[in-house]
Structures are given as C-alpha cells and as structure tokens.
Design a protein around this ligand. Structure first.
Ligand code: GRF
Length: 193
C-alpha cells in the first residue's frame, strides 16, 4: 500500500518534481495526494496541476493567525488521509497545530550542512563565508528555524570560482536524489514498526 503524502512548497518545485518522478518510477512508494502553497504565483502550483495533484493555495493574510490557517491546512490533509508532510521550499515555520497533529511526520530539506547556515539564503551565506564544503540536510521539523533532528546529510565541494547559480545547481542535483531516497527510507522504517 502506498503512503499518502502532502508536499508544502512556496517556489519553483524542482524537489516536488523529483518526488513525483521517484513515485512514478516506483523508487518511492508514496502517493502525493496534496500540494499546499502559500504563494499564489508559485511555479510549483502549475507543476502539481499538470500532474493532477490536488492543490491548496492559501493567503496567510486572509487568516487571523498561524493557528487558523494551519487548522484549515490540517483539515485539507486529513480529508485526504495524509500521513506525512514533506516541506520542499516552504518558506514558513510550522506551528503547533500541524506539529502536534503530525509528530515526527513533517520533514524538511535545507541547502546547507545544518547546523551551519540555517534560515534564508543558505547558499549565499555559505558563499559569503568562503566555505569549501557545503551540502544538503534532511531533518525532522520542530518549532525552530531548521533546528529539528537531522535524518541525513550529503556534503559537496564548492570552489571560489563557482557562481551562486552553479552552487545552487550542484546543491539541487544532490537534493533531487537525496530527498526521495530519505523519504522512502523513513516510510520503510515506519512500516517495520
Ligand atoms: C531547495 O533548495 C530546498 O533546499 C530549500 O528550498 C529550495 C526549494 O527549491 N528548502 P525547489 O522549489 O524545490 O526548486
């Protein structure tokens, strides 16, 4: 039986695509039943629609507070029997409503070797520090900014000659392999429990 997952994303959606491709290939035994976005113009929305994935696009400003919009998102997830929430470029902190409903079931991918360079523009932060090695981290989500327990990391070398776009391309190539693999290994572990 495949596991029902929701992807939350605010941007381009290259990780969303990588997850969908892994599902198509059968290397990820999951069914993406929902795409949630907080950005009305996010490119990921069209990607989801093309693949006939239900989309929920919300404007946080039309809710009184985070708890209110998370209650609505929780209802959207529960209506589709979502078991895991996969953040893929979702640019908001997750609040207690979703964290309590999905304990250790919300996962994020971040473009640095955490705990180095949390928050926004991790790639720019790494370049500014002239690091020689950076990478990708997949972690459980808690109430902090990229602070939850680390599940997997992959390092890669960068050089001073690399432009920011080149570093981003290297990082995303790693992300697109790593994220579906890590999600699959979590699903297998959970099934074995
Ligand atoms: C990824 O680099 C991810 O690490 C970060 O946001 C970016 C999303 O990219 N959290 P995309 O929208 O999946 O292309």
């Amino acid at each position: 039986m495949s596991n029902k997952i929701a992807v939350f994303a605010s941007g381009t959606g290259s990780n969303f695509d990588a997850i969908m491709e892994a599902c198509d290939k059968g290397t990820l035994n999951a069914d993406v039943t929902l795409l949630v976005s907080d950005k009305i113009n996010a490119a990921v929305i069209e990607k989801a629609q093309k693949r006939n994935v239900d989309t929920v696009v919300f404007n946080p400003k039309s809710f009184e507070n985070k708890a209110e919009f998370e209650k609505a998102l929780l209802a959207d997830c529960q209506a589709r029997d979502v078991e895991w929430i996969i953040l893929a470029g979702y640019m908001r902190l997750i609040g207690s409503t979703l964290l309590e409903a999905y304990p250790k079931r919300i996962i994020n991918i971040h473009p640095s070797l955490l705990p180095a360079f949390p928050g926004k523009d991790a790639i720019g932060q790494a370049i500014d520090k002239k690091v020689k090695v950076t990478g990708v981290t997949v972690h459980f989500v808690d109430d902090g900014m990229d602070t939850g327990p680390i599940i997997a990391q992959e390092a890669l070398s960068i050089s001073e000659e690399d432009t920011k776009d080149e570093v981003r391309r290297k990082i995303q190539a790693v992300e697109h392999q790593l994220y579906p693999q890590v999600i699959q290994s979590l699903l297998i572990k959970e099934e074995a429990k």
